[in-house]
Design a binder for this molecule. Structure first.
Ligand code: AHG
Ligand code: MN
Ligand code: MN
Length: 334
């Protein structure tokens, strides 16, 4: 059963823009800069949603033939989505730094200063799903860039310092899920009017659900504890669900509960997912919704100290009870 209340006929209609202004009004000292950054992200989401829906018609499916800095094939839409984000964010005064999965280095737009932010993003997550019309997404993380101590590599802050985080899922509808540290809110794009409409406030992840999500094809090279967990889960009637696009998998976990994992493997000893623009924003959302997000049994993702913009981290996140079942096995088989 879903944990969200459907929008009733009597409820007021709140757009994302109105929601952002409503939240800003709660902080009389706020300059409104963050609101401008969030609004740029929402415009990007609408443009990317349109490109994703038209991809086959516009013949922009498939790879460009290049590898990105991660050594992964860049899809044409990875490049298009990245450019859309860079163009919409670049003009916003409050954005000092943008860092993307698709760019080797963060781009410095303005110098450090009051009301300045770093915006980190995965422009198109799960892009290999595009060819088969599967769900893909955009993930973003926002950090302050207002302290002179930030001027050198100032974007390398722990996830606990994020001021906002969110994702957009381009699925059967376009859904934007976001937090500014006051709970998690969800919006659906109404394509007829081009506006995101709030459909749920203060989402809470179900505390348990017998469902796990990971690439079981890598099982032979997982650390032992993960395999012991899978043995335990399968003996206890768990279901397996895996899209292969983090945004789609985490969205399901947020609404229905369960646990999502990307463990270390032989090929990727720290897991495959990127700390700064995949794991951290998802961890903030999941914790804000009452869930747990761990890198190891001892360490929250949000406490991992970053040393490089594209660094990877193991991910175990979801319903508290389900994350704990994984940690129990990892602790028992270190
Ligand atoms: P991206 O398309 O941004 O590179 O991300 C793909 C990621 C993530 O979305 C997903 O959870 C994971 O790769 C799937 O990896 P496997 O194919 O190894 O399962
Ligand atoms: Mn990704
Ligand atoms: Mn990507």
């Amino acid at each position: 059963m879903s944990n969200t209340q459907p929008l009733g006929r009597q409820d007021s209609l709140i757009t994302l823009q109105a929601h952002i202004l409503e939240q800003q009004a709660r902080f009389p000292e706020a300059s409104g800069t963050l609101s401008w950054v969030l609004s740029a992200l929402s415009i990007s989401a609408k443009i990317i949603a349109n490109s994703v829906r038209r991809a086959r018609l516009d013949d922009v499916l498939g790879s460009v033939g290049n590898e990105n800095v991660q050594g992964e094939q860049q899809q044409k839409l990875d490049v298009i989505a990245n450019e859309i984000l860079l163009r919409t964010l670049g003009k916003r005064e409050g954005v000092a730094v943008v860092a993307s999965e698709e760019n080797e280095e963060p781009v410095l737009l303005r110098s450090v200063g009051a009301g300045k932010y770093c915006v980190l993003f995965d422009p198109l997550d799960g892009s290999s799903n595009l060819d088969v019309c599967g769900g893909v997404g955009t993930i973003f993380s926002i950090l302050r860039y207002d302290n002179p101590a930030h001027s050198d590599n100032g974007w390398l802050q722990t996830g606990s310092k994020q001021v906002a985080a969110g994702y957009v899922l381009y699925g059967s509808s376009t859904v934007l899920v976001m937090t500014i540290g006051m709970g998690v809110d969800m919006f659906v794009l109404d394509p007829a009017i081009g506006a995101f409409i709030r459909v749920a406030e203060k989402l809470q992840i179900p505390s348990a659900n017998k469902s796990y999500s990971l690439n079981e094809g890598n099982r032979l090279t997982f650390p032992t504890g993960y395999n012991k967990y899978l043995d335990w889960a399968q003996a206890n009637g768990y279901s397996s669900r895996y899209v292969g696009a983090m945004v789609a998998d985490v969205h399901r976990i947020l609404l229905k509960g369960g646990v999502f994992m990307y463990p270390p493997t032989k090929k990727a000893p720290n897991g495959k997912l990127r700390l700064m623009y995949e794991a951290n924003p998802m961890a903030m959302l999941i914790e804000q919704a009452g869930g747990k997000a761990m890198a190891t049994p001892q360490q929250r993702i949000l406490d991992v100290t970053p040393t490089a913009i594209h660094q990877r981290v193991p991910v175990i996140l979801g319903s508290p009870a389900e994350v704990d079942h994984v940690l129990t096995q990892l602790n028992a088989h270190p």
